[in-house]
Design a protein around this ligand. Structure first.
Ligand code: NAD
Ligand code: IPM
Ligand code: MN
Length: 363
């Protein structure tokens, strides 16, 4: 019997609430597929600051490295917002990405037909949107040297943005590979009219493109891309971009599909190891109320099944179960047209499990 080790890091805010539902779905998958999932729980973010004095305890890194894949909820909250940079919950997330070498962040934004009315944009603009943002995750301005010092006219702050050729090349190759399995259209997003790191990015991308003659590559400046994403999002198939641009554009792409509570992501290292987390954060404004949408986390679990465990059929089943629950009209508050009819986190999780139970078991 195949056994997979999963490190589970629920984190802060709504993290534990949404993770509980994803684990329920995964346990049902294990039962149906005749595999076992061995869950090891670890602390990250604010909760780890409170109990361990650091947002990323060594034990959490160890648990994650021993696992076949990591599931993460979300980190952060107002309680820790005044802490210095290295003692912020977000430092735990950035740290684990770096520690585990998770350089490739895959963030799909797919508009499902039953969700069209949840978008803030016109149905004709968003129906049929199906794009993936491939975001570089362990370089750029996020990881450059940071400085704070007193200058002649008050305080000065610095964030260095560095990209090495090899870092650009490996993420761009991931994006070309992703595009090759889709519509074969890749847009590389940069700010090459201003930034030197973007000019290197563009040069490397052009060079790598020679190995992918079947994929159509184009370049777009990040400000234009932000505009095109709301003007005509259907033009995009795969977008590849550096860390901070990808952070911003993936939130924007998320909202095309209705709610950030729906968007899954995979953060991949070389090989099949990955960390899976919703694109959204810890949503402190709704934490503890049992109303958060668990679907982004459940869909992230489906990505784990597919990308780290090679369980494609099980991943398809989970995704289909999610869509069928939405088609039946069930909505959490964030995606409900009529909030008075919204269901809670646990109810949504239960409905997905029920839909999954009702679908055929593989083999
Ligand atoms: P957020 O994504 O947490 O919340 C933005 C808005 O979306 C809020 O109104 C929230 O209620 C709503 N929302 C988010 N997820 C939802 C869900 N599953 N169901 C229903 N509604 C949902 O972003 P923010 O408010 O800018 O940040 C809050 C904290 O989360 C900050 O500390 C931030 O640093 C952190 N954060 C963490 C991650 C992560 O762990 N990967 C990502 C983004 C932000
Ligand atoms: C994300 C988040 C993180 C990021 C923060 C919380 C550090 O916004 O996963 O998109 O900026 O990468
Ligand atoms: Mn973000």
């Amino acid at each position: 019997k195949k056994n997979y080790r999963i490190a589970v890091l629920p984190g802060d805010g709504i993290g534990p609430e949404i993770m509980e539902e994803a684990v329920k779905v995964l346990s049902l998958v294990a039962e149906r597929e005749g595999v076992t999932f061995d869950y090891k729980y670890g602390r990250i973010g604010g909760i780890a600051i409170d109990t361990d004095g650091t947002p990323l305890p060594a034990e959490t890194i160890a648990i994650s490295k021993e696992a076949d894949a990591v599931m993460l909820g979300a980190v952060g909250g107002p309680k820790w917002d005044q802490n210095p940079g290295h003692l912020r919950p977000e430092a735990g997330l950035l740290g684990i990405r770096k520690e585990l070498g998770l350089f490739a962040n895959i963030r799909p934004a797919t508009m499902h037909s039953s969700m069209v009315e949840a978008s803030s944009l016109k149905p004709e603009v968003v129906s049929g949107v199906d794009l993936i943002v491939v975001r570089e995750l362990t370089g750029g301005i996020y990881f450059g040297e940071k400085k704070r010092y007193d200058g002649p006219n008050g305080e000065v702050a610095e964030d260095q943005c560095i990209y090495h050729e090899a870092e650009v090349e490996r993420i761009v190759r991931v994006a070309f590979d992703v595009a090759r399995k889709r519509q074969k259209r890749l847009v590389s997003v940069d700010k090459a009219n201003v930034l030197e790191s973007s000019r290197l990015w563009r040069k490397v991308t052009e060079r790598v493109a020679a190995d992918y003659p079947d994929v159509e590559l184009s370049h777009m400046l990040v400000d234009a891309c932000a505009m095109q994403l709301v003007r005509a999002p259907k033009q995009f198939d795969v977008i590849v971009t550096e860390n901070m641009f990808g952070d911003i554009l993936s939130d924007q792409a998320a909202m095309l599909t209705g709610s950030i509570g729906m968007l899954a992501s995979a953060s991949l290292a070389e090989g099949s190891f990955g960390l899976y987390e919703p694109v959204h954060g810890s949503a402190p404004d709704i934490a503890g109320q049992g109303i958060a949408n668990p679907l982004a986390t459940i869909l992230s679990a489906a990505m784990m099944l597919r990308l780290s465990f090679g369980m494609d059929k099980a991943a398809d089943d989970v995704e289909r179960a999610v869509w069928s629950v939405l088609e039946a009209g069930h909505r959490t508050g964030d995606i409900a047209a009529d909030r008075s009819k919204a269901i809670g986190t646990k109810e949504m999780g239960r409905l997905v499990c029920e839909a999954l139970s009702g679908s055929a078991v593989s083999k």
